[in-house]
Write a protein that binds this ligand. Structure first.
Ligand code: F3S
Length: 775
């Protein structure tokens, strides 16, 4: 790419087709005949067939299955591997929608940007070669290592008000909704869903409920948009947004910067929300202009004037949450879960009450959540104050810029040097410590870190389960890094200078957008927009690779069609394990060192459920093989079931698969022979991923039944065929044969649509797509 391609990008139309969308919305209005929320407008205007999806006078939100046409797919390097391997096996020559690949998750932080980038490129060369060659072959925009973090690049280049993006976010995050900061719907999906979009198959989503979040008042003093979402996470918990779009409205929206809104939308993922969005604001327009997208801003202005980019007067929400921004104070969430929320004024006593040491070992700022120009100029303000009195940070202080554009602008405007003056190390424009790509020289002992990131499951940042990871705004993290103490409240407390004098920070102030405009930085990081596919390019996969492996299609668990049955009952399944409590996609398919096997199903499957707790005995990573009277690690027992062709099932707890869109968390159990998972409840994306891979997800009708079924028991579905054929919401019974011979039945529920049923019968969604392509 050259400067020429950047100039081309300036005038290249990436404007959503507003007139077509508004026209389709007209059809929607005729059917629904009621005021619509903004989320509904964007979703329904992207329906393949509004009449089919919405007619019949039934309830839509929370019930209808929507068939949608997303406008774009974006994939990061860890998840793109499996998605591309799947796409390749569908046999197409190019992607059906504009698609991009972003090399950000595989860059390991250790010494600082340049060295880390060089080293990580060498260690991951074969993966980057594979991704680049596939991108060339299929006409995909390839953002090479160092270009930035996927969500930041999407916000800067692709996002536009009113658009619908399927941004593929596997790895350990689902922060696609970040782009909602520009008033669109960006929804995190698994690799298999991305493949749907890339193959032009309509993408299916159960119409989410819409929660209205009414913002009044004004943020003041140290409070930032991050504090709003940290506060909301405490209120809603990690499950509160499941099956819901969070739609913000009210006078408090327009006073936020576009990037501040992106931070809020980004962390909607922490409450399990499908996505978050905001009505179009003048600050969004300013951001579009500042990022060289004046034509998009112009078109959005026109679409807004036609009422497309905000909710209708009188639109009804499924629930309304009131937040007065004037009441918010900085908030610190964690450790180990993003919904444990403590206002900074109470944090010192919280730390004391827990008996934790009053210290932390590192401060980390930046990432896709918080590396906007506003964030960085705000922390630079604090750094300047500290430098003026001769202070430097007390703990290692690491800063991750979100993109080359942010990095170059920070450098030009002396933000970087200001931070370095007080001890900051600037890392590569990549995920780094946020995703566990952090080479840290500390013992595996209890310690705390403060970060401005978004997610804080155990072991996420440095692989150490004893690292307590607290989330806060970049300014709170920065100010606290000058103290090194968890109890330090920069709003009220003073630091002691070497002279013995007290020093207190004044509330930081930042700048929303750079006065001199954004610097694009190194133009070679920008790919050619929408490149032409090159069918003659060979995709690079070494047959001996330990990191990349071509996929073999799964065979269906369901029986063949017979005269009396359409082959929709499962064979008897043995229970491998009853999983206790929180089981996120990190528990099912750990990240950190395993990221290197993302493209190799056999190798990565060795991490299956290795941090899950077995409810029978309470041990981590232990499973029982009752037929053989042995026990072993979960992958060991799963592998031995596979070896003796014993299909199996899991019993799991609440919100199973929360956390990310990582499809490996569905592929791996499938690879070892899992056919069904019965849960107290599922996280939405993961439940869909299971269906895509041909695993039947069922919900206990009575959650107390969870404890009735244990390892070694045999379960059989009764009436699956009838229930699915007769009424898709009918109950499916499970016959349980306990190890002691006792037999009983329990009821379950399911969320399968007709299409999803086809995936199950074909063995996977991909099998179904391939069969359809082949006629
Ligand atoms: Fe990367 Fe962390 Fe965001 S892993 S995409 S920086 S959530």
């Amino acid at each position: 790419a050259t400067h020429a391609s950047l100039a081309e990008k300036d005038c290249m139309s990436i404007t959503p087709p507003y007139s077509a969308l508004i026209q389709k919305l007209g059809r929607v209005r005729k059917i629904l005949n009621r005021p619509l929320t903004l989320a509904e407008k964007i979703l329904y205007s992207h329906l393949v067939d509004p009449e089919k999806s919405l007619s019949g006078g039934r309830r839509i939100r929370g019930e209808a299955n929507l068939q949608l046409n997303p406008e774009r797919v974006a994939m990061q390097d860890a998840s793109a591997q499996m998605a591309l391997l799947q796409f390749m096996s569908a046999g197409l020559t190019q992607c059906a929608v504009p698609t991009s690949i972003h090399c950000d998750h595989l860059i390991q932080a250790a010494e600082g940007a340049d060295k880390d980038l060089k080293r990580s490129i060498v260690t991951n060369q074969e993966v980057f070669d594979f991704l680049q060659s596939a991108a060339e072959k299929y006409g995909i925009e390839f953002w090479r290592p160092g270009s930035g973090i996927i969500h930041q690049i999407v916000l800067e280049n692709y996002a536009a008000p009113g658009m619908l993006i399927n941004e593929l976010m596997l790895g350990t995050d689902s922060h696609t909704p970040n782009a909602g900061g520009l008033g669109m719907l960006a929804i995190g999906v698994g690799g298999a869903d991305a493949v749907d979009a890339m193959t032009g198959t309509p993408w299916e989503l159960k119409a989410p409920l819409v929660v209205g979040i009414h913002l009044t008042g004004k943020l003041n003093n140290w409070a930032t948009p991050k504090d709003l979402i940290l506060h909301l996470a405490g209120k809603l918990t990690v499950r509160g947004g499941t099956g819901r779009i969070l739609e913000y409205f009210g006078p408090g929206v327009a006073s936020q910067s576009c990037t501040g809104l992106a931070t809020i939308a980004n962390m909607g993922a922490e409450v399990g929300a499908t996505t978050s969005t905001f009505p179009y604001t003048p600050n969004m327009k300013a951001y579009l202009n500042a990022t060289r997208r004046a034509p998009v801003a112009h078109a959005a202005d026109k679409a807004a004037a036609q009422g497309f980019l905000s909710s209708d007067e009188g639109a009804e929400y499924d629930e309304i949450i009131e937040i007065n921004l004037s009441d918010l104070e900085p908030t610190i969430n964690g450790p180990f879960t993003p919904d444990l929320s403590t206002p900074v004024s109470q944090f010192a006593s919280f730390v004391k009450s827990q008996g934790w040491k009053d210290e932390f070992s590192a401060g980390l700022i930046g990432s896709c959540t918080n590396s906007s120009y506003e964030d960085m100029t705000s922390v630079a303000d604090l750094a300047r104050q500290a430098k003026a009195v001769g202070l430097t940070t007390k703990v290692p202080f690491l800063c991750t810029p979100g993109s080359e554009q942010i990095r170059a602008t920070m450098e030009r405007d002396k933000v970087t040097s200001t931070l370095e003056d007080v001890g900051a190390v600037v890392l590569a424009n990549a995920c780094g410590p946020c995703i566990g790509q952090w080479k840290r020289d500390i013992k595996e002992e209890e310690n705390a870190i403060m970060s401005s990131f978004n997610r804080n499951f155990k072991s996420r940042n440095d692989g150490n389960p004893l690292t307590m990871n607290f989330l806060a705004s970049p300014t709170i993290v920065t100010a606290m890094s000058f103290s090194g103490k968890l109890s330090f409240n920069p709003m009220t407390d003073s630091l002691t200078l070497p002279s013995g004098e007290p020093f207190k920070f004044t509330a930081p102030s930042g700048q929303d957008l750079p006065s001199a405009g954004f610097s694009t930085g190194d133009a070679s990081y920008y790919p050619e927009p929408m490149p032409k596919p090159q069918p003659t390019v060979q995709v690079v996969i070494n047959p001996d690779s330990t990191r990349l492996q071509l996929l073999k299609p799964f065979s269906s668990h369901f029986g063949p069609d017979t005269e009396n049955s359409r082959g929709m009952e499962l064979p008897p399944l043995r229970i491998l394990l009853r999983v206790r409590g929180k089981c996120t996609t990190d528990h099912i398919s750990a990240a950190g060192p395993w990221l290197k096997y993302k493209g190799h199903l056999t190798n990565i499957s060795e991490n299956l459920l290795i941090t899950a707790v077995n409810d029978e005995g309470g041990a981590v990573n232990q499973a029982f093989d009752h037929e053989r009277s042995t026990s072993g690690t979960i992958p060991e027992i799963a592998k031995s079931f596979k070896a003796r062709r014993q299909p199996w099932a899991l019993i799991v707890d609440e919100n199973y698969g929360e956390g990310s869109a990582r499809e490996h968390a569905a592929l791996q159990p499938r690879f070892y022979g899992c056919a069904m998972i019965i849960a107290r409840s599922f996280a939405r994306i993961h439940e869909t991923n299971l269906k895509k891979q041909g695993i039947l997800p069922l919900w206990f009708a009575d959650k107390a039944d969870y404890s009735l079924i244990g390892s070694g028991d045999v379960v059989e579905t009764i009436g699956l065929a009838d229930a699915l054929e007769g009424s898709p919401t009918a109950s499916i019974k499970i016959r349980v044969t306990k190890l002691n011979g006792e037999i009983f039945e329990i009821s379950t529920k399911h969320t399968l649509s007709e299409d999803q049923l086809n995936w199950l019968r074909a063995g996977s969604a991909l099998n179904f797509i391939r069969a359809r392509m082949n006629g």
